[in-house]
Design a protein around this ligand. Structure first.
Ligand code: AKG
Ligand code: FE2
Length: 321
């Protein structure tokens, strides 16, 4: 039996008006207590979200030969991968768990030729649709980051000013329906390397660690699941929690899950923001250049919370692992 979890659902409809202060506090409470919440009336057009999910589904339904045109090459994380394919090199193998589903990874920002090269050209509307979707998702990420800062009593750009020229990446996981007697485990448990992540899926399947047990989030078709990533845990000096989670199949329906990551640029240095260290007295994490963090994310594998644990400053001094 799957145990389900009701994470907070926050209605952003009034977030530009008189309700803003109350909603900002709700967002902060959800980041502190859960690390995960859902938003509805989030400002991203429902039909755009639907078109984005459809164009991803159309991509996954293409023939393997067609998808091979954007297969992940050695030394990269961007492109298409299927569990039946041999991962090209240790680089990607590290990153995959034992039950990795078919997936497509892309980088939308920074907009560089090496990232564009890995974008599918089939379906023909893929790039224009997802680019439009990414722009809308960026707006929602930034609105939420402002609300989080305001809810903590800080200037609304308190987080965003540490995230100039952000990166945007997507990972879309495709979980086909498998016969009931086929055991296919969940994918690798991890916390996200992002500042914030927005997840939209066609049916429920996300599992989060709550009280040392895996519980499934009931996703809403009109919402986005929002989660605090490792960078926001660092910036908030540990007030916001980047929680272990994993994707899994839905036992009755095919499932598509699209995660949109909002990331610092490689040269941004992530460290607890001063305003929060003053209140807490001590920084709980040592500073790290995001590019170095992301490299250790790749080197150590997409595994548990090893990366952020290694940055924690303990009472005994630096915890270097
Ligand atoms: O597939 C899912 O439901 C979760 C995806 C996820 O957590 C990720 O890609 O970071
Ligand atoms: Fe994730």
């Amino acid at each position: 039996m799957t145990v389900t979890l009701e994470i907070p659902v926050i209605d952003l409809a009034g977030s530009d008006g008189a309700e803003r202060e109350k909603l900002c506090k709700e967002v902060v409470r959800a980041c502190e207590q859960w690390g995960f919440f859902q938003v509805i009336n989030h400002g991203v057009d429902e039909s755009l979200k639907r078109r984005a999910l459809d164009v991803y589904t159309d991509f996954f339904y293409l023939s393997p030969e067609e998808k091979m045109k954007v297969v992940i090459p050695e030394g990269s994380l961007d492109g298409w991968m299927h569990p039946d394919l041999e991962a090209p090199g240790a680089f990607l193998k590290n990153f995959l768990g034992p039950y990795t589903p078919e997936f497509l990874n892309n980088t939308w920002l920074p907009d560089l030729p090496q990232h564009r090269q890995r974008l599918p050209t089939n379906p023909s509307s893929f790039q224009s649709t997802i680019l439009e979707f990414q722009k809308a998702a960026r707006g929602l990420h930034e609105n939420l980051l402002q609300m989080m800062a305001e809810g903590l009593g800080l200037e609304s750009d308190a987080f965003l000013k540490h995230l100039p020229n952000p990166g945007m990446k997507t990972r879309s996981n495709f979980y086909p329906l498998v016969p009931a007697d086929t055991y296919v485990g969940p994918n690798q448990a991890h916390s996200d390397a992002s500042a914030t992540t927005l997840l939209c899926d066609t049916v429920s399947g996300l599992e989060v660690m709550s009280d040392n047990a895996w519980v499934q989030v009931q996703s809403r078709s009109d919402g986005f699941i929002v989660n605090v990533g490792d960078q926001l845990e660092i910036l908030s000096n540990g007030r916001f929690k980047s929680i272990l989670h994993r994707g899994s199949r839905n036992t009755s329906k095919e499932r598509l899950a699209v995660a949109c990551f909002y990331l610092p640029n490689s040269d941004s240095v992530m460290a607890p923001i001063e305003e929060l260290v003053v209140c807490d007295q001590l920084p709980k994490y040592r500073a790290i250049r995001f590019g170095d963090y992301f490299k250790s994310f790749i080197d150590k594998g997409n595994e548990c919370k090893g990366r952020i644990e290694g940055l924690k400053i303990t009472n005994r001094g630096l915890c270097l692992r």
